[in-house]
Ligand binder design. Sequence first.
Ligand SMILES: [Zn+2]
Length: 74
Amino acid sequence: MQVMIIGKISDNEKKIKFDANIHCTNCGKQVPGGIKAGEQYSKTNEFKIEFEEFLKKYLCGICRDKKRLGKTKN
Ligand SMILES: [Zn+2]
């Protein structure tokens, strides 16, 4: 279970959790989890955009490691 935090959350701010179907964009594996954002930020357009971008770019741990290893070889 992974919960990603989008944007900045101040310590005293209420956090909103969104359940999301997160899929690795490389291998297609579904990752159970969700998104957390501060209450104020979650109402903004910026948040929606960032959330969509996040889903488009998401890599699971395995693919992220592969990518990182690939980069060190270059
Ligand atoms: Zn993957």
